[in-house]
Write a protein that binds this ligand. Sequence first.
Ligand SMILES: Cc1cc2nc3c(=O)[nH]c(=O)nc-3n(C[C@H](O)[C@H](O)[C@H](O)COP(=O)(O)OP(=O)(O)OC[C@H]3O[C@@H](n4cnc5c(N)ncnc54)[C@H](O)[C@@H]3O)c2cc1C
Length: 493
Amino acid sequence: MEGLPVVLGSSATGILVSLALSRAGVEHILIGTDDPPAPVPRLGESIIDTSSPELWRLYGHEFADGFHYKNHIAYLNGNFSALCHLASPLRTQKRISKFAHPDGRKTRYPWFGEALFHLDRIKFDRAAYLKARAQKECHFVVARVTRVEFDAATDRVTRLELDKGAAIERPRYVFDSTGFASPISKAANVKMSPLSVPQRVVWTHYRRDDLEANPPEWWRGGTNLMRLDREFDGIDAMSWLIPLGATLSVGLSVDQSSERSNDSDEDLMERLASAWRRRGVDYVSVFPQQQPIQQLRHSYFVRDRAYGGNWLLVGPTFITIWFPGSTGLWTVCAAAGMAHRLIENPELGKFYEKSMRQLTHFHRLLDHVAHGPIWKSSWQVYHFFGKGGSLIWSRIADYFRIRDDDYGWFRPSSWLLNSLELVGRKFPPFMVMFFVFALVRNRLDVHRERQGLPFPLYNRSIPFRLWNAIRWLPDFLWGLLPRRRRAATLTSG
Ligand SMILES: Cc1cc2nc3c(=O)[nH]c(=O)nc-3n(C[C@H](O)[C@H](O)[C@H](O)COP(=O)(O)OP(=O)(O)OC[C@H]3O[C@@H](n4cnc5c(N)ncnc54)[C@H](O)[C@@H]3O)c2cc1C
């Protein structure tokens, strides 16, 4: 098997690269574990404007039961409940199936969120693992890499030693999909820069087997993010609530330096349930069956380089940014989409590296939400959504290039999308041009227990957006004054 491309790691990252190589007819070696990914609650269930259409296009037809509608992104921060409406909750199967042909062919981009989903990683990772192993182009080797020989002069990996005494000589190309461990980074002496302070994450799933299909609660329709604050919750942390049909994924991330970070898993999950309950979202009463709690200590980081003479650091092996960005699987899909071209032309790694490094802008924005002051004015809400929204353009531009296999200089659509991103990032109010005011419903809930209250017209996306367009200015002005001043006024009134 000398001279073949090699994929290291058989979790989702390596599996998606292996499947992409098989699709392109490229014979390769996949090094991993003999067991499929364990059926425990996994991270990476919310997917975005690039990873979601791509995964749906390629796997939606075959693994449809792993995909669940994602209609919104909501942020609860301070007294604000801001809901960005992305897609119609009532979109039909017929409409979404247009974006997932049995042959995975290219389709038009689903601009109206038709192909926005949450991904059931327990189902998807297992199905994808079994599929990858079954491909004739994939030589699966059950092993771990223990040593890498590297030629610094040519910047190439020359030999991979495996734990069972075997070795792979002169691999043609190596896709390192091992995440933080990254034996290739170590061999190539690639440095890692932390992007923010170390985190402890605890998370689990809650289930209810007999749940009705059409949820009455708005928070069961999309990705919900919440900033916990010390004054109100006794802890500073970021949390998520991601519905996957009869399952609800719930988690919290806290600075490892915080005095609460060494609390037990159970205490942190209980504190989290109570924080959501105090905001009117009592998920335990809807999903009573708690699954085993998982935990992780980690840091967000980016490495100095993503590629070399015959290697690539795939997705989270190169960069991992704040989870509310939900970008993990995008970094993987981008590498998988480029995989067969990188083998022929390793210099294309430059495009990959540049594209992924752009995510640090998003990370900084999210880090400010996690560590900065809680939102006290509607200005902060719209500033966040305006700036976050502008970052979508360049992501989509890069996605189109990868999907179309076009890395040439003449690409007017990329120029346009990248220019929109630049202007929106420097001057977020510019995003008004793109109807952010109609997409975002920004509610100032003076009493936080009202934050879980319904958003009228949620299920009717066009009337909902029209109503937002009418309401946004009064809501914006009402929330503009810093919250504390108005609270004092309200109390004295
Ligand atoms: C809190 C949090 C929330 C997240 N939320 C999202 C989200 O909503 N959306 C999203 O897209 N992403 C999200 N992510 C990122 C997401 O979890 C990952 O991008 C995604 O799960 C892919 O990781 P993985 O399972 O492939 O990697 P890992 O679990 O890191 O897999 C690495 C693999 O490499 C193998 N390995 C290690 N060393 C060796 C070796 N020497 N030889 C061979 N194999 C080896 C391991 O056994 C393992 O199988 C989140 C991340 C965090 C931390």
